[in-house]
Write a protein that binds this ligand. Structure first.
Ligand SMILES: Cc1ncc(COP(=O)(O)O)c(C=O)c1O
Length: 345
């Protein structure tokens, strides 16, 4: 429950910094990061690179900026980016693909949001008299709008190997890559091994107040630093944010299983409500559910829930998405469940 008394299941982005993060923020050593002189940011970037198994990493204010720079690093104007049809990059980033990189997305609808090499390879286009060439494959793991579904390691590896053999790069939108690793019982390093660049967020299930990282080869990240400055992402004494980020990185991944168990619990209980259909396998912390059988629009259910103290966003007229997270423990999920039942009966 948040300070306003609501149980907020709209997203894991609503998590607030923990007490340990707030203490670390108050005590953080800082400097001017545009000069490369913020010791806490430097420490966060080194540690993130190490955990992801990449040469270098760049602290950016948001996942959107991390994806924007990731795409820019691997593309030129007039090229195509293959991505899943419901990917965040395509659907929720205000066409940054086109706006900053001058590229178009080639959307591929994949079951459960899990792209396969078999599908991807059929969409690759060489430059021709009528066609823009493919430059980049973009993957999203976990996949937000497919309901937090996880792309398994072997599928990631096959796509990355296939892309590289075809002379293409791979950018991984790993906003929730720690959730994917927790579900698979693998390391993020293994999951990220094939990708040329990886973006992940500190400010979602890991509870940091602000920030994401973009990791990759030293040369790419050095160029990325310049794009970050162009985009207005040179943040000066942002070590206060990186201090929280370090705690997010070191301490929070270990508890994500709790969020996943709460999401499974919610999904299993909601599946008993006749008007509810859970539309995907619940693997991590997101649950997308269909209420068309209730004869009520999703926006209407969302409004009724809010009147009773529960926040859950509609996706469209039929679907809603809820996210479990650190600030909504099991008791809050149980309460939310009762309210959902009341509103649908
Ligand atoms: C999969 C995915 N990628 C990228 C982002 C963008 O992150 P931000 O909101 O920090 O820009 C989000 C945000 O929800 C996301 O879910």
């Amino acid at each position: 429950m948040n300070e306003t008394g609501f149980i907020d299941l709209r997203s894991d982005t609503v998590t607030r910094p923990t007490a340990a993060m707030r203490r670390a923020m108050a005590e953080a050593e800082v400097g001017d990061d545009v000069y490369g002189e913020d010791p806490t940011i430097n420490r966060l970037e080194r540690r993130a690179a190490e955990i992801l198994g990449k040469q270098a990493a760049l602290f950016v204010p948001s996942g959107t900026m991390g994806n924007t720079i990731g795409v820019k690093l691997h593309t030129r104007h007039g090229q195509e980016v293959i991505c899943e049809a419901r990917s965040h990059l395509l659907e929720y980033e205000l066409a940054m693909l086109a706006w900053f990189s001058g590229c178009v997305g080639r959307p591929v609808r994949a079951a459960g949001g899990v792209l396969r090499w078999e599908q991807v390879k059929q969409e690759i286009r060489p430059l021709g008299p009528h066609r823009a060439p493919t430059a980049l494959i973009e993957l999203e793991n976990t996949h937000n709008m497919a309901g937090g579904t996880v792309t398994p390691l072997e599928v990631m590896t096959e796509i990355c190997d296939g892309a590289h053999n075809a002379g293409l790069k791979v950018h991984l939108d790993g906003a929730r890559i720690f959730n994917a690793a927790a579900h698979l019982g693998t390391t993020v390093k293994d999951l990220c091994a094939g990708a040329d660049t990886v973006m992940f967020c500190l400010s979602k299930g890991l509870c940091a107040p602000v920030g994401s990282l973009l990791a990759g080869e030293e040369e790419a990240i050095a160029r990325g630093r310049l794009y970050r400055k162009r985009l207005g992402g040179g943040m000066r004494q942002a070590g206060v944010l990186a201090a929280a980020g370090l705690i997010a990185l070191e301490e929070m991944p270990a508890r994500l299983g709790e969020d996943h168990a709460n999401a499974r619990f919610m999904a299993e209980e909601m599946a008993r409500i006749p008007a509810v259909r859970i539309v995907h396998r619940v693997e991590t912390n997101l649950v997308i559910f269909d209420i068309s059988a209730a004869g009520m629009a999703a926006s209407e259910l969302s409004r009724k829930l809010k009147e009773r103290g529960v926040l859950i966003n509609p996706i469209d007229q039929r679907l809603l998405r809820l996210a479990t997270h650190h600030d909504a423990p099991r008791a809050a999920c149980e309460r939310a469940l009762r309210v959902i039942e009341e509103c649908l009966h």
